[in-house]
Ligand binder design. Structure first.
Ligand SMILES: C[S@@+](CC[C@H](N)C(=O)[O-])C[C@H]1O[C@@H](n2cnc3c(N)ncnc32)[C@H](O)[C@@H]1O
Length: 208
């Protein structure tokens, strides 16, 4: 019975964000529905920060879940990344600029009004959030160990008590991969975030 309810719930959530499949990106169904699910918990007037948005697939799921919140996406929109991803990014970036594709996708899917892009690397925006706390932080930018560590150490403390931190690409069998290393060596031992769950490669913690 529980399995049936979980299955129906997942299908229901998926039907609400079905359009996410029209944006090229790297989210599985389980990851997309859980991003949407946790964004729905963000209160009206709240703030979601995502680091690494590419063409807006994850942005759509977040903005669709929290229409009364603001979603801020940081990305250089130049297909930058850690060395292992560069070839794939270059192959998939397309003809139009990534920023144009991101904006066109979010406009076409009707969520552009609560989304704002900050164009640049996350390091350029660490002071941007000095007076602002976050309800949800989604980290999916530079997946090198240094890059993921930078984003965690410079942005995670802005997450409110009760707010969420979500990493994409937690890969338990790749211990030195940036997101995995940061979660295993900084997030979990740090004790500031309680693990809520892992959904495919999405790792979700709640600030305690
Ligand atoms: C895997 S893609 C993100 C995928 C996206 N979240 C989705 O759902 O389709 C990683 C993105 O992070 C961006 N990126 C790389 N280094 C970054 C940095 N230091 N700060 C912000 N974004 C970065 C890349 O340009 C790329 O767009």
């Amino acid at each position: 019975m529980d399995l049936l309810i979980t299955y129906i719930r997942k299908k229901l959530l998926l039907s609400q964000i079905q359009a996410y499949q029209s944006i090229q990106g790297w989210l599985s169904e389980g990851e997309a529905t859980h991003l949407y699910h946790f964004a729905k918990k963000v209160p009206s007037g709240g703030t979601i920060l995502e680091i690494g948005c590419w063409k807006g697939k994850s942005t759509f799921c977040l903005a669709k879940g929290a229409p009364q919140a603001q979603v801020i996406s940081i990305d250089p929109f130049n297909a930058a990344g850690e060395s292992d991803s560069l070839a794939e990014y270059s192959e998939k970036k397309g003809e139009l600029s990534l920023l144009e594709q991101y904006q066109a996708n979010l406009e076409r899917l009707g969520v552009v009004q609560n989304v704002k892009a900050l164009v640049g690397y996350s390091a350029a925006f660490v002071n941007e959030f000095e007076d602002q706390s976050l309800d949800l932080l989604f980290i999916d930018g530079d997946h090198s160990r240094e890059g993921a560590e930078f984003d965690f150490t410079h942005f995670a403390h802005k997450v409110k008590i009760g707010g969420y931190i979500i990493f994409h690409d937690y890969r338990p069998n790749k211990k030195d991969f940036g997101p995995t290393w940061v979660i295993n060596n900084l997030v979990v031992p740090g004790g500031q975030f309680q693990k809520i769950g892992k959904f495919d490669s999405l790792w979700v913690g709640q600030r305690c």
